[in-house]
Ligand binder design. Structure first.
Ligand SMILES: [Zn+2]
Ligand SMILES: [Zn+2]
Length: 395
């Protein structure tokens, strides 16, 4: 582990490292840098190349940052003068660092080459391929926005006194408190990195298959909280140990590993649209056997009710399973089947819509908009093929 990342003896000196607003944030004690960790093949290398290797060993692809800055190292002249997408660039295959985080690598030889020639380069980590989502808390001295922009999507009553709310530490703490949680800024179980401007990066593991999207806390399109950015797919984060003209990015406390993203925070990110709108699956016909089962369940007695129960059962079952376990597919199929029943005159359009909406909301309360689209497309497609109603069989 590079010396910058080693655990300081004390990380909570009073009065040190507090943002101008006075929110207490523990920082590493200053003082002599401890002896380098024994990475034998890294002996004699500059500190930052060691940091780059250390990140790559964690499985986090790295790319160079311009010396003393937190922006990526400059592109080659060809990439600079004739802008083009990284996907259409031959530089990356040639081992150049053009296009910022698109060039990020786990290749130790390339790391040696890049930082060997430019030992003053900082280290950026491409969050998406690293499987990381980093909560970037700012402490800029700017005027807070109107209350509807403090925590997007959450109405803060006029009766709540917001005097003193001045930065991202505060908005994140308010959000956490609303959810009955401790602020992630105080999460000692995960890697946290103090920024030279008094902000804090809280590193988490994104979780299997979760493609979290970046956001800026002031964006009207997608934001978690004012002065809190999210670094994930399509973004990078400055690695601890990187030095800029303003100071060094220093880990806080003893934890050097990102913890899994807490469940409540994942829910908040999902609520604030940090997952891509999943493609709405194309409506697909239901296999004949499934239709027969539905028709059979619907014969006699309170048959509409029994039919609905049967059709919606797989949707409701998704509510008992984690996200990403076939919810769209189940809802799509149910909508298609009920569309067929509507066309056959067994059910009204309104009954079908209501039942589907209710079942979807119970299973995935945060995906209302998406569920509506799936229901609409499934019902429409299903109505093109009326369910072949079986004659009621009599014994
Ligand atoms: Zn280039
Ligand atoms: Zn290029």
């Amino acid at each position: 582990m590079p010396p910058e990342l080693r655990i300081p003896r004390s990380d909570s000196r009073p009065g040190l490292g507090r943002p101008a607003t006075g929110h207490p944030v523990p920082v590493p004690a200053p003082g002599p840098v401890p002896l380098p960790a024994p990475i034998p093949w890294a002996a004699g290398l500059s500190l930052l190349v060691r940091t780059a290797h250390w990140c790559a060993l964690q499985g986090w692809p790295v790319h160079p940052l311009a010396a003393g800055r937190k922006t990526p190292a400059a592109n080659c002249p060809a990439c600079r003068d004739q802008p083009h997408p990284a996907s259409a660039c031959s530089c990356l295959a040639e081992g150049k660092w053009c296009h910022g985080f698109h060039a990020a690598t786990l290749d130790h030889d390339l790391i040696d080459r890049w930082w060997g020639r430019n030992p003053q380069f900082g280290v950026g980590v491409a969050c998406g391929p690293a499987g990381l989502v980093v909560i970037d808390v700012d402490a800029h001295a700017t005027q807070p926005p109107t209350r509807d922009r403090i925590l997007p999507g959450i109405a803060i009553s006029d009766r709540v006194d917001l005097t003193g709310l001045a930065n991202g530490f505060h908005t994140l703490a308010v959000l956490a408190a609303l959810r009955g949680q401790d602020s992630p800024a105080d999460d000692t179980t995960t890697l946290r990195v103090r920024t030279p401007s008094g902000g804090l990066h809280i590193w988490y593991r994104a979780g299997e298959g979760r493609r979290w999207q970046c956001s800026s806390g002031s964006s009207p399109k997608r934001a978690l909280a004012w002065q809190v950015d999210v670094r994930a797919h399509g973004g990078y984060i400055v690695a601890p140990g990187t030095r800029t003209a303003d100071g060094t990015y220093l880990p806080v406390g003893a934890t050097r590993e990102p913890a899994p993203l807490p469940g409540w925070l994942a829910q908040e990110l999902e609520r604030t649209r940090h997952l891509p709108e999943a493609a709405i699956p194309a409506a697909r016909p239901v296999p004949p056997r499934a239709w027969q089962a539905v028709a059979a369940a619907g014969s006699g007695g309170t048959r509409v009710q029994r039919t609905l129960e049967k059709v919606l059962e797989p949707v409701e079952a998704c509510g008992r399973m984690p996200e990403g376990t076939g919810f769209s597919e189940a809802l799509n199929r149910a909508a298609y089947t009920l569309g067929g029943l509507v066309a056959a005159g067994r059910l009204t359009q309104q009954e079908a819509e209501q039942a589907l909406t209710r079942a979807a909301a119970a299973a995935r309360p945060t995906q209302e908009r998406r569920a509506r689209q799936i229901i609409c497309s499934g019902l429409t497609a299903g109505q093109q093929r009326p369910l072949p109603v079986e004659r009621e069989r009599r014994p």
